[in-house]
Design a protein around this ligand. Structure first.
Ligand SMILES: [Zn+2]
Length: 242
């Protein structure tokens, strides 16, 4: 009997260690205990990079965009898309994405996700919500993110489609997320706003916000309200505007 008890104790101790180790391995960045000030522990770039995102945009200090960096959007593609709650955001992965074009290169839409408040600020103003449309150049793997700010206003049918589709596959046209005016934006070179905070990301922030109803903003915030990284130093970067 004693032997069995000992064996059991050893087994349960081992089990405890295994759980503790697993837990150790699972230490993961977040917006709480392992929040933005700790992200350097997950990737040095987050703490030491000099081209990080998001930033505060000061329109008065921006310069005219170089013509080759003008943005051409071709997002109008009807597609099916998977909607998931990935623990940091509501993320939508279209089966077939549209493209954006600048500098003679094409970037394909690979996913888009939402933040419960905008990460970039404009003259210190934080918008009610933002969607980040993440594009990738299939050849160079470089990323280009188009950010669409949301302001409280009319109900936005495409957001209802996303909200009711969490955990499912939906039919969507990502162009429906864009505001009417897509010709005016800010552009600069930054990073991913989550670990590993990889740099050399081309950011395009549309000036005109889209609308979302109060109920829709609240519905997104039920999932994530504080999933925005604080604004980062600009250092020697220039913000271009169109
Ligand atoms: Zn984002």
């Amino acid at each position: 009997m004693k032997k069995i008890t000992l064996a059991l104790t050893a087994a349960s101790l081992l089990a405890t260690f295994a759980t503790a180790n697993e837990h150790e391995d699972k230490k993961h960045w977040d917006y709480g205990q392992n929040g933005p000030t700790h992200w350097g522990e997950f990737s040095k770039t987050c703490a030491k990079g000099h081209a990080q995102s998001p930033i505060n945009i000061v329109p008065g200090k921006s310069v005219s965009i170089k013509p080759v960096y003008k943005l051409h959007l071709h997002e109008d593609i009807h597609t099916t898309a998977k909607v998931i709650d990935n623990g940091h955001s509501i993320k939508v992965t279209p089966k077939e994405g549209g493209t954006v074009e600048f500098h003679g290169e094409k970037f394909k839409l690979i996913q888009f996700h939402f933040h419960g408040k905008s990460e970039h600020t404009v003259n210190g103003k934080r918008y009610d919500m933002v969607v980040h449309l993440v594009h990738q150049n299939p050849k160079t793997k470089q990323l280009a993110v188009v950010a669409v700010f949301f302001e409280e206003g009319k109900n936005n049918p495409v957001l209802d489609n996303v909200l009711s589709g969490i955990g499912k596959e939906i039919r969507i046209d990502p162009q429906d997320l864009l505001p009417k005016d897509t010709q005016h934006y800010y552009h600069y070179i930054g990073s991913l706003t989550t670990p590993p905070c990889t740099e050399n990301v081309q950011w395009y922030l549309l000036k005109q916000p889209a609308e979302a109803s109060k109920e829709q903003i609240e519905a997104f915030r039920k999932y994530y309200v504080d999933n925005e990284r604080p604004v980062q130093e600009l250092y020697d970067r220039t913000i271009e505007a169109e």
